[in-house]
Ligand binder design. Structure first.
Ligand code: C5P
Length: 244
């Protein structure tokens, strides 16, 4: 069966746990996501350990944000690990995004728009006025104009972003919660089915899978639910998903 368009966030306290989760979910999902905590604790070797023999796509969520030359160098430094996706902050600006995209042609650069943890009031304190959705749309359009083939946004903004950037850009949404599960610290959530219906290509799901008693069975159940609503059954490709 084709793996579902889900990236399981392996936010584990140790490498053994992350590797165990990865082996349990990889039969059912297209992608696993390694974040800053795991990468900074264990270094580049974490990628080979997580990937194992499965060949699962690895999403390296380092959210790079620096001057263009530094981000390009950092992206090149991790490109040898062959991540399918690497994140940079859209707030780094068009030159930085372009530098990352040009530095690693084999890796899909995903620009993170507004962090889902930031409210309108938080944005105002850093000088960004108005509803978060407006800032997300502005940053999305700017990142795409700078060459980003993929964007990260909240599922609550994904329909607006899809309308803004068109069909060929890969949209990745964290903040996904199956119906009835706890939102935890995520403020702006939607169900997997809703996020896909609104135009998401790849759903980032962490604790609803990894903190469940049986991560493999939970991943399989969410994958089955997505198949029922006609999800594409694959992750994004190297240059946009071509989903429409
Ligand atoms: O456990 P949960 O499903 O909330 O995990 C969501 C994952 O997505 C975490 O790894 C988090 O770092 C990441 N993420 C997010 N919001 C963003 C970008 C990434 O929650 N804007």
């Amino acid at each position: 069966m084709t793996p579902a368009p889900i990236a399981v966030a392996l936010d584990a306290p140790d490498l053994e746990t992350a590797a165990r989760w990865a082996s349990l979910v990889t039969p059912h999902v297209s992608t696993v996501k390694v974040g800053l905590e795991l990468y900074l604790r264990y270094g580049p070797d974490v990628i080979a350990t997580i990937r194992g023999a499965s060949g699962v796509r690895v999403f390296l969520d380092l959210k790079l944000h620096d001057i263009p030359n530094t981000v390009a160098g950092a992206a090149r430094a991790v490109a040898r690990l062959r991540p399918a996706i690497l994140t940079v902050h859209a707030a780094g600006g068009p030159a930085m995004i372009r530098a990352a995209v040009e530095a690693v042609p084999q890796t899909q650069i995903a620009a993170v728009t507004v962090l889902t943890s930031l409210s309108a009031a938080d944005l105002a304190t850093i000088g960004i006025q108005g509803p978060p959705e407006d800032a997300v749309r502005r940053m999305a359009a700017q990142a795409v104009a700078a060459g980003a083939p993929a964007l990260v946004c909240s599922p609550q903004e994904v329909a607006a972003v899809r309308a803004e950037v068109g069909p060929d850009i890969t949209l990745i949404t964290p903040g996904v919660r199956p119906a009835g599960s706890d939102a935890q610290d995520q403020a702006r959530v939607a169900t997997p089915e809703r996020a896909i219906a609104d135009g998401a290509d790849l759903l980032v799901i962490g604790r609803p899978i990894t903190a469940s008693p049986d991560p493999g069975a939970t991943a399989a159940a969410i994958a089955a639910a997505l198949r029922r609503v006609g999800a594409p059954g694959r992750g994004p490709g190297a240059a946009g998903s071509g989903r429409r």
